[in-house]
Write a protein that binds this ligand. Sequence first.
Ligand code: UDX
Ligand code: UDX
Length: 448
Amino acid sequence: MNITVIGAGYVGLVTAISLAETKNNVTCIDIDMNKIEALQQGRTPIYEVGLEKLLKKNLKEGRITFKNTIELGVNDAEIIYLAVGTPQSEDGSANMNYMYEAVDIVAKSILKDTIFVVKSTVPIGENSKLEIRANALSPYQVTVVSNPEFLREGTAIQDVFNGERIILGANNKEALDKLVKVNEKFETPIVKTTLESAEMIKYASNAFLAMKISYINEIANLSEMVGANISEVSLGMGLDKRIGHRFLQAGVGYGGSCFPKDTHALLNISEKAGYDFRLIKEVIHVNRMQRERIIIKLLKYLPSLVGKKIAVLGVTFKPDTDDIRDAPSLDIIGALEGLGAEIAVYDPIFSKKMGHIPNIASMFNNVTEYTSINDALLGADAALVITDWEEIKNIQPNQFLEKMLTPIIIDGRQCYNAQEMDANGIIFDAVGLGGVTIKDDNKVKVLS
Ligand code: UDX
Ligand code: UDX
């Protein structure tokens, strides 16, 4: 099938390459010329495990090409995927401008009846409007299919080829059947539904996962006060299959380009519909507070941060990604700077030669980036653990003791064992650290 994908971001690029991998002829278009040039040379502008290898393979097999203008890339397409950004607007709603712009150009450029597949997360009801908008601009029949993405950054390729479900929403049976044919190759259960239900599945799923995280974070905060230990509480809860272990890890809260945007968008959709979605308001509030709690913990040990060197370990919103969009680290670094600290940031992404290297120092006044943990720790008065990269989880107590001026560690991602830290004389605090951790041999071994 001849397929065009508009948008070569985290979602569009993974979509384009996985469609090429399943033997379609794919043209991928983006307005960002730098991205297109890198992709044409076989380099991925984002850090996504396994993506570059698949890109090179499909470039070599001539199944994917990259272009910079929509007009040049839609002529022979039977299906056109739209994966342009729908970022959060000031009022919390999804900014649809990029999507409108792209749909308008595509609608005016097509030369036959075409299916528009919307990958981007759009507010409930928007896909129907996009279909009306496109048909008003084109002499051909445009049918919209909603195919929301459920990719987690860092495991996107794995999620495409080992997904748990593919959602296809449309108000047209033929279009749905055609998209089923395209998606059958992913050997993943397909749910066919209406446009509105597909849009709701996306928002409801992300908001539920965000709620699960805010829930366990509240349990963690209470655990600190009543002497419970959140890592053991999560373990005990997660063994119940109805609860499950995943997305039950307490910490500094969720970040990224999806949960924050989609929870705000769902709240905005509710307000516009006249429904008071109280639960989501609290999910958002708890998540914002979780970032502040790390600073409050630090101030317990260092009442004044003026002139103090604070190491921030981890900047990306989660491990194995280069994405810093709405990462907890950004609010935490901003608060540290406001309290007069000098901040040393370390993140493995600073030294990887993949994807887009975030330039944190340029976003603040008192931040220095380090490509080595030891240099970031050297002379530090305290260290905050904000992203649970493997390299950060593997830091040994003696590194903290040897490098830091005072070994004060605030663990925001349950990376370290409290007992081991205490035994080494490290001043240690962590999210959800209430009671004494039971020795490993007492713990139930969670079957994988
Ligand atoms: C995007 C949406 O932001 C998100 O709501 C949805 O869930 C999935 O698609 P993502 O791929 O992470 O998420 O966005 P981003 O990485 O910003 O990629 C968007 C791409 O579209 C960028 O490369 C941008 O250059 C491109 N774009 C944007 C166009 O090609 N044309 C436009 O008019 C606007
Ligand atoms: C998420 C959804 O998982 C995915 O289905 C959707 O398509 C896009 O949004 P992503 O944002 O890439 O994916 O990352 P995810 O792994 O979901 O983590 C999101 C945030 O939650 C990260 O900041 C992570 O640190 C945090 N998180 C995750 C927790 O704090 N605790 C957890 O147990 C899991």
